[in-house]
Design a protein around this ligand. Sequence first.
Ligand SMILES: [Zn+2]
Length: 320
Amino acid sequence: MPQHFLLSATSRTLSLRSIYKAGEDAAYQTFCEMRWPETDGEAVCPCCGFDEAYKITTRRKFKCKACHHQFSVTSGTIFASRKMDFVDLLAAICIIVNASKGVSMVQLSRDLDCQYKTAFVLAHKLREAMAQEVHTGEVLEGHVEIDGAYFGGHIRPENAKADRKDRRLKQHQTGKRRVVIAMREREGRTLPFVGMSEGEGVALANENVSRIATMSADEASHWDELHLGHHVDRVNHSEIYSDDGKHTNLVESFFSRLRNMVRGQHHHVSPQYLHQYANHAAWLEDNRRTDNGTLAKIVVSNSMAAPVSRQWKGYWQRAA
Ligand SMILES: [Zn+2]
């Protein structure tokens, strides 16, 4: 039997030891190279695009020779106004990409010896960077599976049976239940969305799946409408899971990863951030056979290309 990819040496190309051994200057250099790949890490002014700048080495800043604008390697990116050392940022990225089902923020804060808040915001910024690769704006093609899975809104039953309420009734629900609707190409990308009911998936499919693609869905009646716009294979899960190529097993794998992530690592996620965890799981799913050094590079490069986060910049200051 061939060796599983994740057990092979080719899947391990980066380690915390190598990051800390190389040190802060090497980590800084990595960020420069990822920010300005076209000049091999030489600063390019974000203001006017001029590629010559004075180096203010003591503060790790640059001053444009043309327009005198001062900037740093993280200016205008998702890491703008960072306080953490570059070597710690790289270590955080390494820990996060190594965790195939995500990592809890308490654990990350212990690993990095930073506050829980710092870890929480940092991880959410990284998820935002990953989401750029998940939500590319391109339509899904080939064979696309669609399904939904509900998360959250659990109501704990009362201790005594006499006190228990009917949890199926709307007035007894918390209003925090959401559905993750995912579409997954048999050979390619996974695209998740968060909604209130699974039926919203029909409109999402019409928007995000090519008209000539074949789709697979389960027996739920709201998918009947999919037949209007697409060729759809249906599989009845009460009878069979896979019927001669008709199945939704790949999209179920994505839900399995997301469920393990939420249940096993985060324990609880707020409905307003569920889409971020879904994007994280989709990114991990799509990159499941990529070595960890490349994964870390992809995340750094995406972070350097991602604009300042509107949601996460100054998050705790605003929430306080
Ligand atoms: Zn300039």
